[in-house]
Design a protein around this ligand. Structure first.
Ligand SMILES: [Zn+2]
Ligand SMILES: [Zn+2]
Length: 280
């Protein structure tokens, strides 16, 4: 099969929202694989191991960061370092809001001792020339190769300076990732007519933090309740809605049926309650 006609695979690598490590879900990350080429979206805690568990670790070619909250970027540098420590010999392009380039440099500087030893001991090519960070500062076109076209939208996720949603138009379907956002008209426009929308979700009755606390206020004002996620999917006219970035992720527990019922309130298409390593 020619690469350009290859079917896309979407794998949810981590589905928890928030910086606290969870026992049942990894930090937010997903990968689109077309042929032998992998496009990672967000690098939550455990992304490298989750890629290995999914059997796609060596497909790494592009990394997209939606925004600089630690649940989304904590393992950005770690993924690059561990891929190189494994078998990476080829170029990786990374994309995301500033200061992505400086973060990349600082991470590699922090890892200099390991890099130097492995270059000498194991005959590895220097890592720095393989990594090409690109800072994305506005919505619109991001990149295109012979398998996917990636566009993005600036979404509303206070107090983060710049938060992005990404759309992948693959040979066989279109997949949109909301990143973290409260209801954003820009996200609905980006997702218009998409086959799959992977959207963050919040279960309001179990939102973290005491009522009236700064934490509760942040969570409610910068994320999207599950009922609203369904409404957004309906307005965008997507075929399949995939819930991910669960808040709360496990404590207190919210059942799949509760998530499903919330999203179903306003959306009649296919709804998938995400879990780690689920492939769609
Ligand atoms: Zn998040
Ligand atoms: Zn966030």
């Amino acid at each position: 099969m020619a690469p350009s006609s290859a079917a896309s695979r979407l794998i949810l690598l981590g589905t928890a929202g928030g910086p606290t490590p969870k026992t049942t879900r990894s930090g937010p990350s997903q990968i689109v694989v077309v042929g032998d080429r992998g496009y990672v979206v967000d690098c939550g805690d455990g992304v490298a191991r989750q890629m290995m568990a999914a059997g796609v670790f060596r497909t790494l070619r592009h990394v997209f960061i939606t925004h600089h909250h630690s649940d989304h970027n904590a393992d950005y540098g770690t993924l690059l370092l561990l891929a190189w420590g494994d078998a990476l010999r080829t170029r990786v392009d990374t994309w995301g809001p500033p200061p992505l380039a400086r973060m990349t440099d600082l991470f590699l500087a922090m890892s200099a001792a390991d890099l130097a030893v492995r270059e000498k001991d194991e005959g590895r090519p220097p890592l720095r020339p393989l990594i090409h960070p690109h800072e994305v500062r506005r919505g619109g076109f991001v990149m295109k190769d012979d398998r996917v076209t990636v566009t993005c939208a600036v979404v509303d996720h206070p107090l983060v300076a710049l938060a992005l949603a990404y759309r992948f138009d693959c040979p066989d379907r279109s997949i949109v990732f909301s990143g973290d956002t409260r209801r954003s008209a820009t996200l609905i426009a980006l997702a218009k007519g998409a086959d799959v929308l992977v959207h963050e979700t919040l279960y309001l009755p179990a939102a973290p933090g005491a009522p009236g606390s700064a934490l509760r206020t942040h969570v409610v004002e910068s994320h999207t309740p599950v009922e609203e996620v369904g409404r957004i999917a309906a307005e965008a006219g997507v075929k399949t809605l995939v819930l991910s970035h669960f808040v709360p992720a496990e404590n207190p527990p919210v059942t799949d049926d509760q998530w499903l019922a919330g999203a179903r309130t306003h959306f009649s298409g296919t709804i998938v309650v995400g879990r780690d390593l689920l492939e769609l």
